[in-house]
Design a protein around this ligand. Structure first.
Ligand SMILES: *[C@@H]1O[C@H](CO)[C@@H](O)[C@H](O)[C@H]1NC(C)=O
Ligand SMILES: *[C@@H]1O[C@H](CO)[C@@H](O)[C@H](O)[C@H]1NC(C)=O
Ligand SMILES: *[C@@H]1O[C@H](CO)[C@@H](O)[C@H](O)[C@H]1NC(C)=O
Ligand SMILES: *[C@@H]1O[C@H](CO)[C@@H](O)[C@H](O)[C@H]1NC(C)=O
Ligand SMILES: *[C@@H]1O[C@H](CO)[C@@H](O)[C@H](O)[C@H]1NC(C)=O
Length: 639
């Protein structure tokens, strides 16, 4: 984060004096933060002339029908199964009503913002203008302050803001406002490396309980060797500040794949807002660990099908590492904001309006415009990163969740890893396992309430938890992973309601197995979205990283396994002229018999034992782990 350097005081003063005085009597509180989150300190008032790139998220139409729309094309019992929507159909169905855009525009003009300063996103979902702190304070009836993060970063934010009642119903939220926390997606791979493998480690050199090779996975989940590559069926993998070290790939292919993948095989790298790969043999620190695990795991399952790696954000400083939001912008032109910048201070703003051209740019900070559309979609997208539900505003999460829903309508399967700290969550390396405070949604090392993850709390995502082998004999099956650093993330959202596809599974769990901790520990209403949906082995995935072999653990291993299996399901459907399976959950919950039910283990955290794995769905391992043969039969029978 950079501070505004030189200021054009004269111009700004004249702006202020020209602005009409506003009457705030008709304003109503729109969003409010309860306090200052852990690691942040409220300092002094923001300079009145500092620039704020204001983005107003307009309320979209027809979202109340979203669940019905998606059921219509994703429920196996629907006659329209697989009849995915076009991007245009999605954009037209959900675009805000013209009345919404007009009401917000008129309000801004009445508040002294000249029409020439106001612009709209391509999809007309966002209104934006470059404001000063002074103007924003008047319009939103608030005060902006500087907040300092323990690590030294600064932000401008407010504690609450208000909107006139007549425009409130047209607006989801305004940014930058109350947002402080939850910047950077956290990789779901155990930071603690299980250590280098013994010299000469390769396929078949260790039992499955020590190294989960592709042979172990094939046996466990009945995955065949793959033989075909359908054009356009590349599997998508999202990476945030994790550079894929390409020279590791041929080494991995040689030692850990069967049939051996040719050494010159490379994924398609899709750079979003400055994202890049490494081409040195050494990636600094552990930065490349996540990318190595995701890409190597997926290749061993789906090759000769290729991979699209979306590398998001330039990663030069913490605020420019990108979020899930700028990834969505790049995939969907109708979603993104116009002329750069998304949700400032949650999402990096490109180009940075306060950029003073300082030395960070020399390190390769991205200064181009925000990418809007243009990135190819993939039929399956696997993401092994997450954030914390309690650390992000509700409106912000709902808006992104609806965007994943729109991808689902277009036939995309989106899978996310649930995290490796059970019912707790991972804030950063310093707080690898923290929970929510008793009284608010803030994250604390001493918190006692469960901390659900984002975006696996979103019901339009397929959330993947982790398991472990019971013994070295794969026939003994799996249990929930309880190894420190690889405890299956699971629980119930405090923000998202129970989706219909999951209702009977969750109700059965609540009726027969719910622990009796009380509402002050987790959302025990039985009305909340539960996760994970499914799981896969999360321990001892083989990787080659910086030329050395390791076994690594976490739901980061589980997610690309399930996503790889779904890619093979699509391959089978495409081969007979059918469409990709698309949004998976309605099909999965209708067919629990296609999963190995996991009934041993739990996901401890926050000073409790967490939840138990039980017969049927549970918030530890979901429906269980996939049986490819059974899933393939089901997928091929569907239209
Ligand atoms: C690959 O396996 C060979 C033994 O076949 C071993 O010598 C080599 O060290 C392994 N490579 C890595 C990077 O571990
Ligand atoms: C990779 O190498 C090329 C050629 O030396 C260079 O231009 C490029 O910047 C390098 N990329 C990275 C990520 O280091
Ligand atoms: C957490 O609890 C420990 C032990 O009671 C205490 O020393 C520490 O200060 C607490 N940390 C915070 C951030 O409250
Ligand atoms: C598998 O065997 C190894 C010894 O070869 C042992 O250390 C490990 O604990 C066993 N794993 C399981 C899951 O039983
Ligand atoms: C539990 O989830 C439901 C459904 O989303 C919600 O209405 C309720 O407020 C949640 N309870 C808590 C304590 O967060």
């Amino acid at each position: 984060m950079r501070f505004l350097g030189a200021v054009t005081t004269a111009l700004l003063l004249s702006l202020c004096s020209a602005a009409p005085q506003l009457n705030h009597a008709n304003h109503a509180l729109h969003e409010k933060r309860d306090g200052v989150p852990h690691q942040w300190q409220k300092r002094d008032r923001a300079y009145s002339h500092a620039k704020l790139p204001i983005r107003i998220g307009l309320r979209q139409r027809n979202l109340e029908h979203a669940e019905r729309y998606i059921r219509d094309i994703a429920d196996p019992d629907s006659p329209n199964f697989g009849k995915h929507w076009s991007a245009e159909q999605v954009a037209n169905t959900f675009a805000p009503h013209p009345e919404t855009k007009d009401a917000v525009t008129n309000w801004l003009i009445e508040s002294g913002i000249d029409r020439s300063r106001i612009s709209y996103s391509t999809g007309h979902n966002w209104v934006q203008f470059h404001s000063t702190v002074d103007e924003a304070e008047r319009i939103l009836a608030t005060e902006y302050w500087h907040y300092m993060h323990e690590s030294g970063g600064y932000r401008m934010a407010c504690d609450s803001y208000s909107l006139p009642q007549h425009v409130q119903r047209h607006i989801d939220f305004v940014m930058p406002t109350i947002q402080l926390d939850g910047l950077r997606p956290v990789p779901r791979v155990s930071g603690i490396l299980d250590g280098p493998l013994p010299n000469g480690a390769k396929l078949g050199s260790e039992p499955c309980g020590v190294l989960t090779t592709i042979d172990c996975l094939r046996k466990l989940y009945k995955i065949p060797e793959s033989h075909t590559a359908a054009r356009g069926n590349e599997m998508g993998i999202g990476e945030w500040v994790s550079y894929l070290n390409e020279p590791d790939l041929p080494l991995f292919f040689k030692n850990f794949t069967r049939p051996q993948i040719p050494g010159n095989t490379k994924p398609e790298i899709i750079s979003i807002d400055g994202g890049k790969t490494a081409n040195k043999t050494t990636v600094a620190g552990n930065l490349g660990l996540e990318a190595a695990l995701d890409v190597q795991t997926a290749y061993s399952i789906i090759h000769p099908q290729n991979i699209n790696v979306y590398v998001v954000g330039d990663g030069v400083n913490i605020d420019s590492s990108g979020t899930f939001n700028i990834f969505l912008d790049a995939l969907d032109e109708s979603y993104c904001t116009y002329k750069g910048g998304d949700q400032p201070y949650v999402d990096p703003v490109y180009p940075d309006p306060n950029d003073d051209g300082d030395s960070e740019d020399a390190l390769g900070a991205y200064n181009g415009p925000l990418q809007c559309g243009g990135a190819p979609k993939s039929n399956v997208i696997s993401v092994s990163y997450g954030q914390i539900e309690g650390a992000l505003p509700i409106f912000y999460q709902h808006r992104q969740c609806h965007e994943w829903m729109k991808l689902g309508l277009q036939g995309v399967s989106v899978l996310f890893a649930t995290g490796d700290t059970g019912v707790a969550n991972q804030y950063n390396e310093e707080f690898p396992s923290a929970c929510l405070n008793a009284h608010d949604d803030y994250f604390d090392v001493n918190g006692t309430r469960y901390a659900p993850s984002f975006p696996v709390n979103c019901p339009y995502i397929t959330a993947v938890g982790s398991t472990a082998f019971i013994s070295n004999n794969t026939a003994d099956g799996e249990k929930a992973s309880d190894e420190l650093g690889a405890i299956s993330g699971g629980g119930f959202s405090n923000y998202f309601a129970l989706p219909s596809y999951q209702a009977s599974a969750v109700r059965k769990y609540m009726r027969e197995f719910a622990p009796n901790y009380g509402a002050n520990v987790y959302n025990d209403t039985g009305k909340a979205r539960g996760f994970p949906d499914v799981s896969a082995i999360g321990l001892n995935g083989p990787i080659i990283f910086n030329g050395e072999s390791f076994a690594v653990s976490g739901t980061s291993f589980s997610a690309p396994i399930v996503a790889g299996i779904v890619t093979l399901l699509n391959e089978a459907r495409l081969a007979v002229g059918k469409r990709p399976v698309g949004f998976l959950n309605p099909m999965f919950y209708k067919h629990p018999e296609a999963f190995n039910d996991i009934t041993i283990g739990n996901n401890a955290g926050c000073g409790t034992g967490g939840f138990n794995a039980v017969p049927g769905w549970d918030p530890v391992t979901g429906l269980g782990t996939p049986n490819f043969e059974k899933l393939k039969k089901i997928a091929l029978e569907l239209p």
